[in-house]
Write a protein of this length. Sequence first.
Length: 300
Amino acid sequence: MKENAVYDVAVSFTEQSRSAVGEVVETSRQRGLTVLHGPDQTHEWWGHKDRGDLPTAPVRFFLPFVSAVDDFGAAMLRAVKNGDEHVLPVLVGELAVPAELLHPHVSYLRFDPARPDLLTDALAARVEAAESAGAERASVAEVVTGARRLISSPAVPATFSRYAEQEATLRYLGDQLTAAMPGLERSGFVGTVHRGDSRISIRVEQAGDTVYALDIQRGGIGGDETVNFVVGRHQTDTGSVCSNGWARPVYSTETGAAVLELHDFSVLGRSTGEPRVYRREDLFAALWQRINTEVAAVVR
């Protein structure tokens, strides 16, 4: 690479396509295009060097020949979907772009080893269009490292179910509260847990007087897939609009697991209604702490 040189395209390729890509480079140069191409500049080479070790030459397009959607190929396709106009992937053979990486308004170049001239014609047309539009070149090192930094956003699994998570949450809270209630006897209180098909009823008594009541219901003001919390003794039909907070099962793409988005109106004493995310285990811990706090405040 010549110092201070600028290029129309920089090429990246796999070992399997080395020879065929060389033909495209040669025909492109014959058409007057300037091409940054080295015998060692494979996907692996571009993909594993730090920015300071990559060429800094300005290019109109970085041209990766993508024959498989591996880490490098996916990064390049993702860059296009995210709007990087300097990445111009060339699809090799019959490779199809996965739906999650497909840009709906981009016409991808395709390489047929039997007709390299067709790709050269298409590439020359793209370069001429960029020149006519006054598009700026960009440092190839910045283009490649920028594309490599893009991380795929994990998708919500097709098998995720809010209702299955609702059921699992009710079962877990019922199990944990049932196991924890005998511990109140050390403080002079009796805790009971009644578990029905659509409600868990928690009552804490002292000398026969109810000092704390909590119903955990299937469904409520947040929707029938939510878990509803009602503090105090109220009318017990499941259609009640009473709520001191409700939790909706959601899938966290950050952690790759189901969590509960709690809207707390007072069940935990926050009284904001602003959503906060809990794991199932953390929600039980917060509820149990709240129960103990309320019970401890009872005047004996």
